[in-house]
Design a protein. Sequence first.
Length: 383
Amino acid sequence: MNYEDYEVIQLTKELVKIESSNPGMYECAVGEYIYRWFQKLKAEVWKEEVINGRFNVVARLKGKEKDPALVYICHMDTVPVGEGWMYNPLAGKIQNGKMYGRGACDMKSGLAAGMMAFKYMAEKGGPFKHDFIFIATADEEDVMLGAEKAVESGLVTSSSWVLDGEPTEGKIKVAHKGKTWFRLKTKGRAAHASIPFTGIDAVGAMSEIGSEIRKRIAICPPHKELGRCSAVFGTISGGTNTNIVPDQCEMTIDMRLVPPMDSEKSISLVKEAVEAGLKKVEGAECQIDITATRPPVEKDDSSFLLGRLKEAVEEVEGQPAVIDFFPGYTDTAVIAAITGNKNCMSYGPGDLGVAHKPDEYVPCSDIIRAEKVMKRLAENILL
């Protein structure tokens, strides 16, 4: 099969070639490309500023009903390119049926599939039963300001049917773990390392706090679908030299939550762990900063979008759809959390397990499959 013959493959490659790392170049250049691409269609298209000149790109086909609308929402930014690549991360090279590049999997292939589904409906023309909105978002790889802006501006509501194109291995992802992000800063007192009792070890205090957090997370009850809570100590730094008792230490924590654990309870857990850890290093202090909070999102078996998406997958693939949960947090999860919307889910090409890594890739056959499903879903709802 010559994958280069498919327009969705070519579009994915063009998107991969435009760096949109966050932090880094950000998504403005790829946003301009997407904006010009949509301008060629018979649709409304505009930019919606999010922060500091960064913007979402919005396209809309009007239907008889404005709300609920069918909304495809796909982010434009990627994580930084990073080191360790065998393939050019900004080339979109196709090798053995796989396209390699930063964002090829997460999620420029899903973005391309959604764009092509929108183009397909624009070329079909109405009348449509409902509005069809495509939102290419900024900042998903950080604190998801683009999705928040879409809610704030009323583009998505509690009634919308919202699908993102995140990598799901062909499964429908209908639930999300919640998360709380922390930044902890311990303060001690410097001293000569040969007489440590004259100082206060800030790194030691942080170590004790981390241990207490791990103990508490380990006994949190599991969820029947979402699994267990977790805590990852993403970054840590402290001290000034090997022979000096460290007087400061900073650590960030990514805590993923499943019901009944939520952000409020996770904050209490960390406060208790900090108190217990500090008791083991007399005189140390700790500042707790909460940098992000998102609640868990559970599955709703009665969801209208879930039913229509299952039908679309089964019609395209000829077999029953697999329902699963998304371990990370996506734009649709943000929308669900803010609005209470039960029709927010993920379906797209690729495997999350290769995202954010060197030599990130997506199978080209996955891109084509996702495009077909997104087209079929739009037809089934709008026509």
